[in-house]
Design a protein around this ligand. Structure first.
Ligand code: NAD
Length: 353
């Protein structure tokens, strides 16, 4: 892989990349703007240590492309964008705050060309710091101005997507008695587990943080699955809620589930993995559709909807999109990834006239 910054930027089919080297913290900042057909480029800010700056840039560009698809698929008037703060090492205290403030000023200088919220490695508190000097941070409660955590909404949307997939693939309207294996019981995974438990599902959980996993398993009355057995454990639904690329040439043959539906970004290691899943008769719900809840909630907060119960209810939109995509895929005997892409292409074509 060529990680040369100039070559990566020149090759990209997006609108462009704003980049800055933050000298005090030795951080590369990449603001990747992919497409503004539906609205201003909008996407989360990720802070991560990469082995090379180019790896961070590539991550940002791919994630920005994913945001274009996500907004189009859920019918929100926003374009695709993503920012990456490629830090040299984890930053804390004043150093972290300084970087976040300077980053906020950079976003502000774009005059609304890029809008953002939290992503991997960035907390709601961090986003509040960015917002001190920037008007384009999203996800504030319209009533009291506090920063809202997107995770419960992401989890609720994943829950509605799982329900739709079970109805479609297993012909059962409720989740009663269905087994769901959640990989990664962090913010989204734990919230998802609570919604599933309430709906009568049997839960299996796995996490590299063994102590956390035990705690959550107790709370959810779930069965613990060792990390090395995640892919080969029988279940109805495998819900990846930890990291990307868990669906690959090595893991797909091991899977003993009927459905894959979870919040993690970029679940397929390579695009061809969608066909591998189709061949195995496993229904794969495209990640960027089912994990759109947080993004959707932020756009609703912008419209002045702050009531938590109302927002949770609105996440049904994601379940409806999943139903439509799975129905289209089944009728054409194609991967849901292809059906989702058609949906995105149609939305963008309509907007372009
Ligand atoms: P989190 O950091 O709170 O939780 C992730 C959990 O996964 C942690 O408990 C961690 O120990 C565990 N984990 C990490 N690597 C693992 C591995 N190899 N095997 C098993 N467990 C592992 O993150 P989160 O906010 O819950 O997000 C989960 C996933 O969903 C991420 O991929 C994130 O990008 C994606 N996502 C989150 C949101 C959101 O609103 N938080 C929105 C869209 C997508």
């Amino acid at each position: 892989m060529n990680y040369d910054l100039q070559a990566l930027m020149e090759r990209w089919d997006g609108l462009g990349v704003v980049h800055r080297y933050d000298q005090p913290t030795h951080t590369w900042i990449f603001i990747c703007m992919h497409d503004n057909t539906l609205g201003p480029c909008t996407g989360g800010t990720r802070m991560k240590v990469y082995s090379k700056p180019g790896e961070g840039l590539l991550d940002g560009m791919r994630l920005a492309e994913g945001m274009t698809s996500k907004w189009a698929a859920i019918d929100v008037a926003a374009g695709g964008g993503k920012a990456v703060l490629a830090v040299e090492r984890p930053l804390e205290g004043e150093e972290r705050r300084g970087l976040l403030l300077r980053y906020g000023h950079l976003v502000q200088s774009l005059g609304g060309g890029f809008h953002t919220g939290e992503d991997l490695g960035i907390s709601t508190d961090d986003m509040q710091v960015v917002a001190e000097g920037c008007d384009y941070v999203h996800g504030f409660d319209p009533e009291n101005g506090s920063k809202v955590d997107p995770s419960p909404f992401t989890a609720r949307a994943v829950f509605t997507g799982i329900r739709s997939a079970v109805a479609q693939a297993l012909e059962q309207e409720s989740l009663e008695g269905r087994t769901v294996l959640i990989q990664g019981v962090g913010s989204v995974g734990t919230n998802l587990g609570m919604f599933l438990k309430e709906a009568g599902a049997e839960l299996l959980v796995s996490d590299i943080d063994v102590e956390r996993c035990k705690r959550v398993a107790d709370q959810l009355e779930a069965t613990l699955v060792p990390n090395e057995e995640v892919y080969s454990t029988a279940c109805d639904v495998y819900a990846p809620c930890a990291i990307g690329a868990t669906l690959n040439a090595d893991t797909i043959p091991q899977l003993r589930c009927r459905i894959v539906a979870g919040s993690a970004n970029n679940q397929l290691a390579v695009p061809g993995d969608a066909a591998r899943l189709l061949q195995r008769g496993i229904v794969y719900v495209p990640d960027y559709i089912i994990n759109a809840g947080g993004a959707l909630a932020f756009s609703l907060l912008d419209q002045g909807i702050g009531d938590r119960e109302v927002l949770l209810e609105k996440m049904e939109v994601v379940g409806d999109s999943v139903t439509e995509i799975l129905q289209e895929a089944a009728s054409k005997n194609e991967s849901p990834v292809v059906a989702a892409q058609h949906r995105v292409d149609r939305a963008l074509a309509r907007a372009r006239g």
